[in-house]
Design a protein. Structure first.
Ligand SMILES: [Zn+2]
Length: 121
């Protein structure tokens, strides 16, 4: 028994396996994939839903970054001025917000690229 990579999803499976436990591809005796088209389609759908999740999370991360930024810049000043509070949100919050914004943006752009290339294939 040897470990090979599944021809559809690329995950590691036994060469004796009749089907892939990861993507459901069914192999015939000569090694070809019996349900090639549906296996490929399922694989593509799984991939695109994964990409959509990445893009969704990226948008949330981006919004959190904006909120952090806004909170630091505006709300702190607003509270301090109008409510006589003395909130101290240092520059740390702003630099964290910058990283969060960048992370969300990069994640979103990467997800858009992945959607594009996934469709092209
Ligand atoms: Zn597979």
């Amino acid at each position: 028994m040897a470990i090979i990579n599944c021809r559809i999803c690329g995950k590691r499976i036994s060469n004796k396996a009749k089907s892939c436990s990861h993507c459901g591809a069914v192999f015939s005796a000569d090694g070809s994939v019996e349900n090639l088209e549906s296996a490929q389609m399922i694989q593509k759908m799984k991939k695109s839903s994964r990409i959509q999740t990445i893009s969704f999370i990226s948008i949330i991360v981006f919004v959190i970054g904006i909120l952090l930024w806004y909170f630091e810049v505006n709300l702190t000043a607003y509270f301090n001025k109008n409510l006589g509070m003395n909130l101290q949100f240092g520059k740390e919050v702003q630099s964290v917000a910058k990283y969060v914004l960048a992370l969300g943006f990069v994640g979103y752009v990467a997800a858009r690229f992945m959607i594009y290339f996934n469709k092209k294939k």
